[in-house]
Design a protein around this ligand. Structure first.
Ligand SMILES: Cc1cc2nc3c(=O)[nH]c(=O)nc-3n(C[C@H](O)[C@H](O)[C@H](O)COP(=O)(O)OP(=O)(O)OC[C@H]3O[C@@H](n4cnc5c(N)ncnc54)[C@H](O)[C@@H]3O)c2cc1C
Length: 638
């Protein structure tokens, strides 16, 4: 199947179309495009993007991509810095495997045409195009960021993500075997229920262009759908990042790990509701964090690394300053650095601020922490292999254990490329084994073989997150009639309030009381979404208006459920570690443990065997049985 695919040839013109492709990639960010471009050209690949292609975190990344490239640096030093930032929760094997591939990954990006900033060349006589084709990692200018022991971050000015994505998107659009479909939102994954191994075989997808539901059948699926930053009010990620992939994978049979480790970037621009980020590289180049009233540098007293301490430490220090000064921001001051250097190295930040009336070469920048990165996600190994055969995951949706309790700056772009390329190397092996498997007729036999060709990742030192049941049945698309959906426009309002709730109760510091209150508030919202009437309808069978309203409800119900899983993970981690800081448990536990949520199917099995009370559905609210919290406050104080 190597012929070029177009929307028409995929059959998207016909109603309720079914689409066949070899590999379905859900997400067109760096993880998705790296995988697609590295897969063999003989495979027919379809990439879905929930919105326009440039709406993804990858496009917005500023600082750069970390790899041990300097001759004074070593992979061992990069690993050491990553493990220190990860505060005891990194998976050492995967960390070593991913970081060891750093140099090759950056070289691969050079070969794709990414215009990384170079060390000024003495020979300026070569034409620009010639310099580009000769680009080698040894030529790259490197910056230093927080937690890194040396200069290690390759960048393209201060808009690294945009330059990388523009280069890869051109390549993907020109590839005859790749079809990119913007505005196609995956709703759920298809698994083979006849087979106990439940191979992933595609996805149900909502086509926003034509407002209809499609079924994509594929031989393998790659989840590359990004993080969940938009569960929070101040967030750097774009609005497509609400954790869809995490929920689809959980529903399909994957474990989730360390969801409580949401990383807050210390320096989001604190002007109105701006989601613009002020890159860590500004601190790396000597920027100072100061108290707006006194002008004093406050990080000097908190950590010997001062402004270059790991992100969690800097973010907490800023949050504390803000809570004391009541201004909603602190200052990041770079005005002591040379004007020309700032304009040349940070053109995007300089111009964005200038347009807002802030000249960073002369005056300080107001900054505040912003939800930035999901360190946890779908459990995978360094090859992107998940718990479900045929389903790979890469990038921010995945948990490889590289980031532990706190991601080291600029390691995420690297992880997208390395794991994406690893998937591309492993996937043909899986497809070939699957082909052989299809010649075996007996299901029992095929199950055995399937296990042999797909080995789920192993995790050590885990803490299982308990999800107590509630008998409340919540919103289910198939149980709602048009009147319920159209007249009750809760979705937009509740999404906004959920973000405020998450920032206030699941933010940089947490406590049992705050978390339990948040769970109760979410339960209240879920009660409001309850649809008592039973009509057999599907998304695509309704009018356009109703279809969109149904979809919004579906998305909202999923976000509420995900918020619950995140909060439950935070609630049940009785310690402070990395990005997770509990006011009521300020110390480290003696043994670092990865918190793991079992796949939904396992919870259902437990229900059937009677080992759990009540029933569970994936849209049910599993709430902590915390009577104390209910007595203290029945409505969350947000
Ligand atoms: C402002 C900002 C600056 C950053 N700077 C850096 C940096 O300098 N260095 C670094 O290493 N990291 C940085 N990060 C983090 C890094 O950019 C991200 O972790 C990384 O780009 C994630 O890539 P991804 O491919 O996993 O996801 P994304 O790039 O977010 O792409 C997700 C894709 O999935 C699609 N999608 C989502 N849900 C669905 C669905 N249901 N159906 C279909 N498609 C779906 C989206 O449309 C999108 O195409 C930054 C992040 C932000 C937000």
């Amino acid at each position: 199947m190597s012929a070029a695919l177009t929307a028409e040839s995929l059959g998207l013109d016909s109603p309720a179309a079914m689409v066949q492709t070899d590999v379905l990639i859900i997400g067109a960010g760096l993880a998705g495009l790296s995988t697609a471009l590295a897969l063999p050209k003989s495979l027919n690949i379809t990439i879905l993007s929930k919105a326009a292609l440039e709406i993804c975190s990858s496009h917005y990344a500023q600082g750069g991509i970390a790899a041990s490239l300097d001759k004074e640096d070593s992979v061992a030093d990069h690993i050491t810095d990553t493990l220190i930032a990860g505060a005891g929760l990194c998976n050492a094997n995967n960390t070593s495997s991913i970081l060891s591939a750093g140099q090759q990954a950056v070289q691969w990006l050079c070969e794709q045409g990414v215009p990384f900033t170079q060390i000024p060349q003495e020979d300026n006589t070569k034409p620009f195009t010639e310099l580009q084709t000769e680009l080698q990692t040894a030529d790259l200018h490197l910056t230093k960021e927080g937690g890194h022991g040396c200069r290690r971050v390759a960048h393209a000015d201060d808009a690294t993500g945009r330059h990388i994505m523009e280069a890869l998107t051109i390549k993907a659009k020109n590839a005859a075997n790749i079809t990119i479909l913007p505005y196609h939102e995956a709703l759920s994954l298809l698994t083979d229920s006849a087979n106990t191994n439940k191979q992933c075989q595609g996805a149900q997808v909502f086509d926003h262009n034509n407002q209809r539901q499609l079924t994509f059948y594929s031989r393998a699926v790659v989840l590359a759908s990004g993080g969940m930053g938009q569960l929070f009010k101040r967030a750097s990620a774009p609005n497509v990042c609400v954790g869809d992939g995490v929920m689809m994978a959980w529903q399909a049979g994957c474990r989730l790990a360390n969801l409580e480790f949401i990383q807050f970037h210390p320096t989001g621009l604190a002007v109105a509701d701006s989601s613009f980020l002020i890159s860590e590289a500004l601190r790396g180049e000597g920027g100072h964090l100061t108290c707006p009233q006194t002008g004093a540098r406050f990080m000097l007293e908190i950590d010997e690394r001062a402004e270059l301490a790991p992100r969690d430490i800097v973010a907490r220090a800023i949050a504390e300053q803000i809570s004391n000064n009541g201004l909603g921001y602190v200052h990041l001051d770079v005005s002591h650095l040379p004007d020309q250097f700032l304009r040349e190295h940070f053109p995007q930040i300089y111009q964005t601020l200038f347009n807002l009336g802030i000249d960073m070469t002369r005056e300080p920048i107001p900054v505040a922490p912003t939800a930035h990165y999901s360190c946890g996600g779908v459990v995978t190994d360094a090859n992107g292999v998940t718990d479900v055969a045929g389903l790979y995951a890469a990038g921010e949706v995945a948990y490889t254990g590289l980031h532990g309790a706190n991601r080291l700056a600029s390691n995420s772009l690297l992880e997208c490329v390395v794991v994406g390329r690893n998937i591309a190397a492993d996937l043909p092996r899986y497809l070939e084994a699957l082909e052989n498997l299809n010649h075996v007729t007996s299901y029992d036999h095929s199950d055995l073989l399937a296990t042999a060709i797909w080995t789920a990742p192993t995790l050590k030192d885990i803490q299982a997150i308990k999800l107590p049941c509630s008998p409340t049945i919540l919103f289910n698309l198939s149980h709602c009639d048009d009147t319920d959906i159209v007249t009750h426009d809760y979705a937009g309002k509740i999404v906004t309030e959920l973000k405020v709730l998450m920032t206030a109760h699941m933010g940089i510091t947490r406590s049992a009381g705050q978390l339990a209150q948040a769970l109760l508030q979410i339960e209240n919202w879920q009660q409001q979404l309850r649809c008592p009437k039973s009509h057999s309808t599907t998304i695509s069978s309704k009018s356009d208006k109703t279809t969109l309203a149904s979809l919004r409800y579906f998305q909202l119900a999923r976000q509420l459920q995900l918020a619950t899983l995140v909060i439950q993970s935070a609630y049940q981690r009785y310690e402070s570690r990395g990005g997770h800081y509990r006011q009521d448990y300020p110390h480290l536990a003696s043994t670092p443990r990865t918190s793991v949520i079992a796949p939904l199917s396992k919870l259902r099995e437990a229900d059937k065997t009677g080992s759990r009370e009540g029933g569970i559905d994936w849209l049910l609210q599993p709430i902590i049985d915390d009577t104390e919290a209910r007595v203290v406050n029945t409505v969350a104080n947000i």
